[in-house]
Design a protein around this ligand. Structure first.
Ligand SMILES: [Zn+2]
Length: 161
């Protein structure tokens, strides 16, 4: 089956390996083909990026208080973060809070199992304790200087009270 090249208009015999071959094998026709392909890709990319950005913008506008509400409805999440932060602070008195810019990476927590209990401003909110396993991964390469990757809740013991 012969075809007519979309670029130069000459009749050519498509290679059996290439599906829907529209250009002959002349180098300027192949260049033309690649140029058009790249233009199309850039176009698609732009549409994709714009859609993506619009989507996020729309979502954020529709959900302005998402994180605020999330923390309100998941007090354990917020408290747990705070407790972990307090642990970090305790381990690291010289450098202060963990997300302060420290020039030397340090390991604020040793890997191992930790007891975690819910602490609010009024004190111990409930006496349940969680045993969490924390593995030290790296202090490098993120904003806070701390990367806690594994944090598996492996069991809950009844409170002591
Ligand atoms: Zn051609």
């Amino acid at each position: 089956m012969s075809k007519r090249c979309k670029a130069c208009g000459r009749v050519f015999r498509p290679s059996p390996q290439v599906q829907h071959q529209a250009y002959c094998s002349a180098s300027e026709c192949q260049r033309e083909r690649r140029k058009l392909w790249q233009q199309q890709k850039r176009q698609e990319d732009r549409h994709y990026r714009e859609n993506d950005a619009d989507h996020h913008k729309a979502w954020a506008a529709a959900n302005p208080s998402y994180w605020k509400r999330y923390r309100q409805t998941h007090p354990d999440y917020a408290e747990r973060n705070r407790s972990l932060q307090q642990n970090r602070n305790r381990q690291q008195p010289a450098t202060g809070i963990a997300n302060e810019d420290v020039s030397t990476p340090v390991s604020p927590l040793l890997s191992g199992r930790y007891r975690l209990s819910l602490v609010t401003q009024k004190g111990i909110a409930n006496e349940d304790e969680w045993i969490v396993e924390i593995s030290f991964v790296s202090t490098c390469c993120n904003d806070s200087g701390v990367l806690l990757q594994t944090e598996d809740v492996i069991g809950m013991s009844p409170g002591v009270g």
